[in-house]
Design a protein around this ligand. Structure first.
Ligand SMILES: CC(C)(COP(=O)(O)OP(=O)(O)OC[C@H]1O[C@@H](n2cnc3c(N)ncnc32)[C@H](O)[C@@H]1OP(=O)(O)O)[C@@H](O)C(=O)NCCC(=O)NCCS
Length: 169
């Protein structure tokens, strides 16, 4: 079965969505409509055959301040910038009944793929996330996100290797 996410739309049923973090449930049910309309975040949904939302993530334009970037990555970037164009993966969650089936991983890869495609038309060099807890950090580590020194924030550099992974080089 092909894994497909769809644009946020109120026609999809969000009421039964329940992951282990209330803030992520509330965002989907109460904030996602407003944020989508205002252009603050683009929310993508994974829905089942009954049109119920079983997973989602959100993406927004952002900037990564230069001071936060580890030297190893900074070396690969041109100098003279105070910050670098980034995409914030603001939220990502799978409803409890559907966890452990690979959907969270597929959602994350779908989000990364969208970011890489975006970077082909609008300068963007990094995907960042602020994991909600230590367990989420471990999940993102599985997908090559690196934790910044002195911060909980994690990064994935959009580089030649990542573009190649998606056949975009
Ligand atoms: C974190 C979450 C998205 C994972 O979703 P999931 O559908 O259970 O994940 P998957 O089944 O796709 O797992 C993919 C891989 O990550 C691993 N994994 C999943 N959750 C993990 C966790 N909490 N810690 C470490 N590894 C984890 C799986 O073992 C699997 O590894 P494998 O491929 O080697 O077997 C889901 O549990 C969730 O929504 N949690 C609550 C919200 C949250 O924490 N969101 C992220 C923070 S913003």
């Amino acid at each position: 079965m092909k894994f497909i996410t769809v644009d946020f739309d109120k026609k999809y049923n969000r009421e039964r969505f329940s992951c282990s973090h209330d803030s992520l449930n509330n965002y989907l049910k109460r904030q996602a409509t407003k944020e989508s309309k205002a252009g603050l975040a683009k929310v993508y949904l994974l829905v089942n055959t009954s049109n119920e939302v079983i997973g989602y993530y959100s993406l927004s334009s952002s900037e990564l301040p230069k001071d936060c970037i580890p030297d190893v990555m900074l070396k690969k970037l041109p100098k003279g910038y105070t910050g670098y164009p980034a995409i914030l993966l603001g939220r990502l969650a799978v409803t409890k009944n559907e966890t452990g089936k690979g959907l969270g991983g597929e959602l994350l890869v779908d989000a990364i793929h969208r970011c890489v495609i975006h970077s082909l038309s609008i300068g963007t060099c990094v995907i960042m996330i602020d994991p909600i807890d230590e367990s989420a950090t471990k999940f993102y580590e599985k997908f090559m996100f690196k934790r910044l020194p002195d911060s909980d924030r994690m990064l994935l550099h959009i580089d030649f290797n990542l573009r190649s992974h998606f056949g975009l080089e």
